[in-house]
Design a protein around this ligand. Sequence first.
Ligand code: GDL
Length: 455
Amino acid sequence: MSNEPAFLSGVIEGFYGPPWSHAERVVLFQWMQDWGLNTYMYAPKDDLKHRAQWRELYSETESSELQAIIRATDQHQIGFFYALSPGLDITYSATADQDQLKQKLAQVMALGARNFCLLFDDIPDQMHPADVRCWDSLAAAQAAVTNDLYRWVREHQPAARFLFCPTPYCGRMARSEHGGKDYLSILGRELHQEIDVFWTGQEIISREITVPQTRDLAQLMQRKPLLWENLHANDYDGRRFFCGPYSGRPREILQELGGVLCNPNCEFPLNFVPWRTLARFVHEQGAWEPHQAYLEALREWLPHFATVGAPITFDDLVLFGDSFYLPYEEGPEAETLFALTQELLTVDPASRPEALAQFRERTARLKACCARMAELRHRPLFHALYRRTWELREELDLLQRCVEQRTLPGRLNEPCRSDFHLPHTYRGGLVARLQKLLVQEADGSFTVAPVTIQK
Ligand code: GDL
């Protein structure tokens, strides 16, 4: 038998925003058990006692809620990891803070937790003067405190698995020396060999992750990285969500990793396809065809879209899902819709009858599908979707008006007007105005927009 620790696959509740409800987590554990995902990590950024007030112990009510989650994971044979994120204000050299870490984990251990994680992502990378006197680098300080806590945990839980999220947790951060020079090699050298280290790829949200990148990192950190997978996270953009397939990583990468844990969309009901396809990616052999896996997962998801009125069909769901696919790409149906729209806004629609017919069919179907979401029986799913469906309908409606106007005799180049898209109430507000000040170029740089100052 090999001594390699089990490959971790599953979910991190590790985003900014409201944590999930107990009922949602129970649904998650059932899915995970059905699909063969083995790990759930509790790390909601906005649980105050996980991060901003990490020293505070959980109240009696909070403790029983946490205990109920741990019990539910046990019942579904899911490994539960409790993560603590003390980095915002910890003084690594302070014995009082080291004791606080132990007290906090002791409390959660008493509730049934056996595996733990320390997170040092999204924290200031400046060291406290007292720490500078003790260590040459942030990496050394974090490794020392983590090793000490790890040994303490192991005395109480000899089989505990322990995870760690570094301050530079992607290639871009490491290259810019976020966390200090040589952070990862110092960490690799000093952190206890049995502690797994998280990594999100070259970026926080990585379009692709390759085997060579992963091997290079493994060499630097002297262990296989554990993938903190942000591909479907949407906490950084409230207008989007991602229901596309797990993709952009070859199957061979699994051999190079300690595990893959997905930190997904904030809205629990939107994660069906991401998790379903992740589970297949982890378990199936042979070539990985993400788009095919996506279509199959959508078929399984379709019953969640039962309505009290006219049905949402599989084709509707594909068009809708393609509109909220992945961070770096739309699905093929949505891409076609975009191309048709762009074409009809730049040429005379009368010269492209086929494109016009397709545009009419798709926009009408997508708008109707968005409208039908309001009739979903699964209300939490509708509530998770409705801001996005509203916005998409509004844009489609405006574009239909503009394209249709262009088909009228003599109106091709006239400005388009809509009584439903008025200044201030449509695309209004300070954020929208601020966004207009800078234009992002294709290479990612920003230039000042040619502004007409308007209120
Ligand atoms: C992050 C945060 C994570 C957040 C994600 C997407 C890590 C390690 N930390 O940087 O909590 O959800 O980006 O915004 O990814």
